[in-house]
Design a protein around this ligand. Structure first.
Ligand SMILES: *[C@@H]1O[C@H](CO)[C@@H](O)[C@H](O)[C@H]1NC(C)=O
Length: 314
């Protein structure tokens, strides 16, 4: 009896060397186990993970599908005052200083050195590329029509004519080589934002620059008053003097027929090129440009409605 019992005792596996044990762990030919599991066991694990992950992917796709039902890719869900960007558009300028210098707003170059100003003209080339090739925008430019103050684009978008840039044209190096650079201004796009124009010459705001008021008074065609006006000034008396005369090309503002922006295919923002005809060289000139409409408030800290940059030509 006792002998028999002893036979049932657990017998330790035969002592194996480290390498031998490992080899058997990889493939045990006796039990047909691979890495400690039989083929059937591995098959079950594989099946489990296939089901588990397809369930996960299915759930994820279902959630995405539900989410896409709630949004429109062309129309922002949160607009104007309900959105983060709000309803007070910012003003931007081009060319911008190198990205390595994010906070900088200084346009500084040597006017007689092509290598030196090339960076700025190339930046403008890049920015204006779509304006020169409107067929490269979505919709292949088929959506673009010529507009004027009496003809709004309807369900199309308005053409921005690069020929109107004259002395600020790419062919002319945007005049950088003559130490009389052009800076392009652009109003940031806000979906469905409609400007409330200063189109009554009798009620122009106190703080509007005198020369802009005078300009508005010279406009005969009252349709043309439906414009978001632009002004640029030197910030301090010295800057005013050093800035010298400027021209706004092609006109002194963003024409009303470009608004509202409704994300239609091929829309390009209107631009105002500010041509600094004779800035004083060798000094830093602080310039502030503002866009004018009843519903544009100027807030420099928030970068709304106005833009600041410095110009320095050696
Ligand atoms: C002046 O602008 C307002 C919108 O701001 C517009 O409703 C009105 O028709 C404009 N007046 C003229 C004469 O175009």
């Amino acid at each position: 009896m006792a002998e028999k019992k002893a036979e049932q005792y657990y017998t330790p596996p035969p002592k194996l060397g480290k390498w031998e044990g490992f080899r058997i762990f990889i493939w045990n030919s006796e039990t047909h186990q691979f890495l400690g599991r039989t083929g059937a066991s591995w098959g079950k694990i594989l099946l489990f993970y296939i089901l588990f992950y397809s369930g996960l992917v299915g759930f994820f796709l279902a959630m995405i599908a539900v989410f896409y039902q709630t949004i429109d890719l062309k129309i922002p869900k949160w607009q104007q005052d309900r959105s983060v960007i709000g309803s007070n558009p910012g003003l931007g300028f081009r060319p911008m200083p190198p990205e390595s210098n994010v906070e900088s707003t200084l346009i500084w170059y040597r006017g007689n050195d092509e290598e030196n100003y090339k960076y700025w003209t190339e930046e403008l080339d890049k920015f204006l590329e779509v304006y020169k090739n409107p067929s490269s925008v979505p919709g292949d430019g088929k959506n673009i029509v010529h507009c004027d103050y009496e003809n709004s684009p309807g369900d199309k978008v308005c053409y921005v004519d690069p020929k109107e840039w004259r002395s600020c044209s790419p062919e002319n190096n945007y005049n950088y080589h003559r130490s009389a650079p052009c800076i392009f201004l652009k109003l940031n796009k806000i979906y469905n934002w409609i400007p409330e124009y200063y189109n009554e010459t009798t009620s122009l705001p106190e703080n509007m620059p005198k020369d802009l008021k005078e300009h508005i008074h010279t406009i005969k065609n009252h349709h043309e008053l439906n414009t978001v006006w632009v002004s640029c000034e030197g910030e301090n008396p010295a800057d005013v003097e050093n800035m010298g005369p400027i021209q706004y090309i092609p006109r002194r503002g963003f024409p009303g027929y470009f608004f509202p922006f409704a994300n239609k295919e091929g829309y390009l923002s209107p631009l105002v090129a500010v041509w600094f005809e004779r800035p004083t060289t060798g000094v830093l000139v602080n310039i502030e440009c503002k866009a004018w409409a009843h519903n544009i408030r100027h807030d420099r800290a928030e970068r709304r409605g106005s833009v600041h940059f410095e110009l320095m030509i050696d």
